[in-house]
Design a protein around this ligand. Structure first.
Ligand code: ADP
Ligand code: MG
Length: 224
């Protein structure tokens, strides 16, 4: 379970302070799929960055499992990012000179998984997201956008995270492919009991998730 309480983030900038996330509280249970909707600039990416411990909040807490991740430091923080969280981005963020297989193996390498285990697990994950062996050996530029996003989902799953954070994962895809990617995330949430929090513009997709939260100028309201 993830419990966010009174979370806020204010950026200090020359033009004045920007309150990007204001007093946000919500809960998502293990294995649930939550979507976050809201206009550009409403604080969605800032919130995901806080949940992934890429940035630290100005106030509030984020309890994942039993730990308040806003209080982690050094090794514990790196460990959290590496093992507990999987990220999926709009532009896939795959490493271009590595094959799909190597991209999926990389986070396992960071986590210290032996090479003999990395290889079969990466193949298995790619198969789970719908890529065959030949496609697994291609570099990202030789895969379609939808296939690249499948690879990035396989990579996000590599270390069995308890939470997947996806920032507009279908933003670069046509609506049909986008729907397939969301269905894939949905089935993974079910089969792996992974919690998923995804930002989306697509209200139809958001309507199919377990919860929909809306951000407006950093303030969250629950729609469902
Ligand atoms: P969204 O993802 O919903 O489009 P963001 O979280 O990216 O919104 O941004 C929310 C607000 O915070 C915006 O006003 C944006 O300009 C501001 N912001 C985001 N990151 C920074 C930063 N590093 N420094 C200053 N302001 C920022
Ligand atoms: Mg954003």
């Amino acid at each position: 379970m993830i419990t966010v309480s009174k979370l806020s983030k204010t950026f200090k900038s020359q033009g004045g302070d920007v309150a990007a996330v204001k007093n946000v509280s919500f809960t998502v249970e293990d294995g649930e799929f939550a979507s976050i909707i809201g206009r550009s600039g409403s604080g969605k990416s800032t919130l995901l960055g806080l949940l992934g411990a890429l940035d630290s909040p100005s106030g509030g807490s984020i309890v994942v499992g039993e730990k308040d991740i806003t209080k982690l430091h050094d090794h514990a923080l790196i460990d959290y990012r590496c093992r507990k969280i999987g990220f999926v981005f709009q532009n896939y963020n795959l490493i271009p000179n590595l094959t799909a297989l190597e991209n999926v193996m990389l986070p396992m390498e960071f986590a210290g998984v032996p090479k003999s285990e990395r290889h079969p697990r990466a193949f298995e994950l790619l198969e789970q997201v719908g890529l065959d062996e030949e496609q697994a050996r291609r570099k990202p530029t030789r895969l379609s956008g939808g296939q690249q996003q499948r690879v990035s989902i396989a990579r996000a799953l590599a270390n069995n995270p308890s939470l997947i954070l996806a920032d507009e994962p279908t933003g670069n895809l046509d609506s049909q492919t986008g729907e397939m990617i969301f269905d894939l995330l949905h089935s993974l949430a079910r089969s792996e009991n992974t919690t998923i929090i995804a930002v989306t513009h697509d209200l139809e997709i958001a309507g199919k998730t377990d919860h929909t939260f809306m951000l407006q100028d950093g303030v969250m309201t629950k729609k469902r």
